[in-house]
Design a protein around this ligand. Structure first.
Ligand code: NAD
Ligand code: MN
Length: 355
């Protein structure tokens, strides 16, 4: 029997609550399927680890997870540690060296969930956002001089490479081609940013020629926020830079009901390194430790993980179990206006898997 080795990295805040729930659900799913098993290795990396060791993960941390089949991640972010240290020390320290350049974020309105958009009940909003996940605004290029002085200067340089843009465009066009509408929107800001974003547009047009069966258009990012809220049904697959897609996908999550639901896959499509699956939300300092975090985003991320592992049947079973649970308002956590806690939702999903 195939055994998948999964590195579970809960991180901080509600990350620890939702990843624990995700591991329980995946174990129940494997038992139900009977055709494969999971072996979870747990890593206590994150803010508490930082307080003890002065770093977010051990020096050889990546070596320890290098040969796992996938990574299930929670969140990096600790109330006592600066956000750029926790993010760069853990999440980006895995994503970037493991070349997980394609960040895929599906968004739909699940059964029983109400969109804040008037008149939008479900079929009007069914998107996949592809986020460039290795360079751009989050390349980490920049610096500060004369720190704290009046003459201080600081830069964050957005770095784009033709190779990096080409591979994310190919990935997005291929993904769009695999969906029924074969429709891709390329998000840009090439009116104000006249160098890298112009190259981004040029590469998009060149790659589009390789995909004559995909209909595509181009949208400035500011106008895109309006199109997402006013005409959601005109969108299907969306590709955007690291920063733009980071922001647009939080908007997408809110329009689909709650940031607690939205999933992410950080893919290394060539499979040279393990890919990483995580809810899009962060540590949620305001609700951590209360046991009320919505675990659905993590469960849906587990669906993406199963698809990546080639377990399509198990992925479909888990997605169906999730949808059966969201359909019942008595099983909604407070972010969805309900009163259920993490544990009740987790037990209900496990129950639906077994049914
Ligand atoms: P956040 O996603 O943690 O929280 C935003 C809001 O959404 C909060 O009100 C929170 O309660 C709510 N929320 C988020 N997930 C929820 C869930 N599963 N169930 C119910 N409610 C949920 O974003 P933030 O407040 O901007 O960031 C907090 C910390 O998390 C920061 O340190 C930030 O850097 C970090 N962060 C990490 C990641 C990551 O590791 N991938 C992503 C985003 C933020
Ligand atoms: Mn984000």
């Amino acid at each position: 029997m195939k055994t998948y080795r999964i590195a579970a990295i809960p991180g901080d805040g509600i990350g620890t609550e939702v990843v624990g729930a995700g591991v329980a659900v995946l174990a129940a799913l494997a038992a139900r399927e009977g055709s494969f098993a999971f072996r979870f290795d747990h890593f206590d990396w994150g803010g508490e680890y930082y307080k003890r060791h002065g770093r977010m993960m051990p020096e050889d941390g990546r070596e320890q997870i290098r040969h796992h089949d996938a990574i299930l991640f929670g969140s990096a972010g600790h109330p006592e540690i600066a956000d750029h240290i926790t993010l760069w020390g853990l999440r980006l320290a895995i994503c970037q060296p493991f070349d997980q350049y394609a960040n895929v974020r599906p968004t739909r309105i699940l059964p029983g969930i109400t969109s804040p958009l008037r008149g939008v009940t479900g079929p009007e909003l069914d998107w996949v956002i592809v986020r460039e996940n290795s360079e751009g605004e989050y390349a980490g290029v920049g610096g500060r001089v004369h720190q704290g002085m009046a003459e201080e200067a600081a830069t964050d340089v957005s770095l784009m490479t033709r190779a990096g843009v080409t591979r994310i465009m190919r990935f997005a066009f291929r993904l769009a081609r695999g969906r029924p509408r074969k429709l891709l929107t390329v998000v840009t800001k090439s009116n104000a940013q006249r160098h890298a974003m112009v190259m981004w547009d040029e590469v998009a047009a060149a790659v589009a020629a390789e995909f004559p069966d995909v209909t595509w258009d181009k949208m400035l990012v500011d106008a895109m926020t309006m199109r997402m809220t006013l005409k959601p049904q005109t969108l299907d697959t969306i590709v955007a830079t690291n920063l733009h897609a980071d922001i647009l996908s939080d908007l997408a999550a809110a329009l689909a009901g709650s940031p607690g639901i939205a999933p992410t896959a950080n893919l290394n499509p060539e499979r040279t390194f393990p890919s990483m699956f995580e809810p899009i939300h962060g540590s949620a300092f305001d609700i951590m430790g209360k046991g009320i975090a919505n675990p659905i985003g993590t469960f849906w991320s587990a669906v993406l993980m199963l698809e990546h592992l080639g377990e399509a049947g198990a992925a479909a079973r888990l997605m169906k179990a999730i949808e059966r649970v969201t359909a019942d308002p008595a099983l909604h956590t407070p972010d969805l206006g309900g009163r259920a806690d993490t544990r009740a939702v987790t037990e209900a999903v496990i129950g639906a898997i077994r049914a």
